[in-house]
Design a protein around this ligand. Sequence first.
Ligand SMILES: [Zn+2]
Length: 250
Amino acid sequence: MTTRAGGRSSGPFARFNLSLGVGDDPADVAGNRARVVRELGLSGLVFLRQVHGRDVAVLREPPRARPGSGGVAPDIPDVDAVVTDVPLLGIAVLAADCVPVLLGDARAGVVGAAHAGRSGAASGVLDAVVEQMTALGATTERLEVLLGPAVCGSCYEVPAAMRDEVEAALPGSASTTRTGTAGLDLRAGLTRRLADLGVTRVGTDPRCTIEDPDLYSHRREGRCGRQAAITWLDPRDARDARRTPPRAAR
Ligand SMILES: [Zn+2]
């Protein structure tokens, strides 16, 4: 997970904005993105042009990076999740209140990332990404998942009708805010959905984007940047995972 720190964006985007879609100077964003590739030692990095949907891009080969981009590929349009089995290719989702979800099955050698905002989470982007990972050999009992920083259930106020609608689509997501109004806790709903899918190795980064000034929050700030959740397949991890016998055999 990136934070606001460490980049060259300025004004409302200060400083480590990684989104090209919020009005920041593209040269600053490109510099920030190239820094991610460099610091993490990745072979490449891809972002999505997210649309709050449930479509998933599956990358079986390294995408071609733009010349001079420092290894960053052009954004993949109109998807909110991505899955890859290409070693050391970073896959990133952007968020500033929505839930970034990172998934991995080291033994199968497949990783995924999803952007789960209110619409995407309710329309099943999580199911869609798990399905694509399973198609590449991942299993739900081996999958490890991280739910990144997002607006929390005490802060995320919505109209009561909207809360009921989202709760119906993603049970477990209804909450009450600290002022006693209707709210949503999308990470609670996503955690329950993962359990229903048989995924129990789930960690949550507890930070709330509205409460933590080190993170961008669209609800708090309006015009602002986006942090990124990034994952990649490290060939050494995959090798170690294959050496470790499955739990039942120990
Ligand atoms: Zn909060």
